[in-house]
Design a protein around this ligand. Structure first.
Ligand SMILES: [Zn+2]
Length: 296
């Protein structure tokens, strides 16, 4: 029987499908844009691609949003609001007769990071996905922690300031309201960066070229990230915290302020122990982690 595994990352703008072997090496990688969001069309397109993969053992699917991982249902995803209560597990198991699991994309990323970045040795590991939104996944004692209803790990929605700006979830002052895409843009403006910032890439380029306002903006973003990590470290006492997603590529611009702020307030013993770093597998982490989870 083939030991190959399939991992699928369902995003709001694209679908990523990978086939990995037992050792985690990517054998096939297919990406296509999410143009027609009719779920039946998308699932059929995924299915057609999977049929070109030969034999594989199981399928892991990661998606943003509210996922019922026990039943394999996407209850609701903010990136694809057209999809409601879609049972992906049932669909693929019926069509392909292969075990299928579905989980939150940040949970998948955390599990992938536990296997790849943490080499399964860093048993307590937290991953933050720094993108348009801020996702979180928690691995405790080598196992993904999902909570009672599968809702654990919403680190983007911990409250940083109850009087803060409104978050995409409707609440005031979430971590995501500060360091999610919208928050990053407003921080850049407040720090006097007057170029049009549509995403963090532009801000990064300016900061790397020595633009003082862009550097100050990263310092401010790092400050809020530190507030979030401070809470995480005190609750979980993790071995490792990793970052994935687009902004993780700018981690070098965040690191100094982040560590300086943590050193001011966070308890010394857990702070000295925890390794804080960018994931080395950032781009495909969600899909790889989903594939590994399907084998558990
Ligand atoms: Zn929120």
């Amino acid at each position: 029987m083939s030991e190959n595994l399939v991992g699928i990352d369902i995003g709001g703008t694209k679908i990523l499908i990978i086939l990995i072997n037992k050792k985690g090496k990517i054998i096939k990688r297919i990406e296509f844009p999410m143009i027609n969001k009719q779920y039946k069309n998308v699932l059929e397109k995924i299915l057609l691609n999977l049929k070109t993969f030969g034999k594989f053992k199981s399928i892991g699917i990661g998606s943003a949003g509210d996922i019922n991982s026990k039943k394999g249902i996407i209850r609701y995803s903010p990136n694809i609001p057209e999809w409601k209560n879609i049972n992906l597990k049932k669909y693929f198991e019926k069509k392909l007769k292969v075990k299928t699991i579905v989980d939150n994309d940040a949970n998948c990323a955390a599990y992938g990071s536990f296997v790849l970045d943490g080499k399964r040795k860093n048993k307590n590991l937290i991953t933050l996905t720094l993108g348009t939104g801020i996702g979180g996944g928690i691995v405790i004692d080598g196992k993904l922690y999902r909570g009672s209803t599968g809702s654990a790990g919403e680190i983007g929605h911990i409250t940083i300031n109850p009087n803060g700006p409104k978050c995409s979830c409707g609440n005031p002052g979430c971590l995501e309201a500060y360091i999610g895409k919208k928050g990053r843009i407003s921080i850049a403006k407040s720090m006097g960066f007057n170029k049009h910032v549509s995403d963090t890439k532009i801000l990064t380029e300016y900061a790397r070229n020595g633009n003082k306002n862009a550097i100050a903006a990263f310092s401010k973003i790092a400050f809020y990230l530190a507030v979030g990590l401070h809470n995480i470290i005190h609750i979980f006492n993790p071995d490792m915290i990793t970052f994935s997603g687009g902004v993780s590529n700018s981690f070098d611009l965040l690191k100094d302020t982040l560590m300086k702020e943590l050193n001011k307030f966070t308890f010394k013993t857990p702070l000295k122990h925890v390794k804080i770093r960018k994931s080395n597998y950032s781009k495909d982490l969600g899909a790889i982690g989903a594939a590994y989870l399907s084998r558990e």
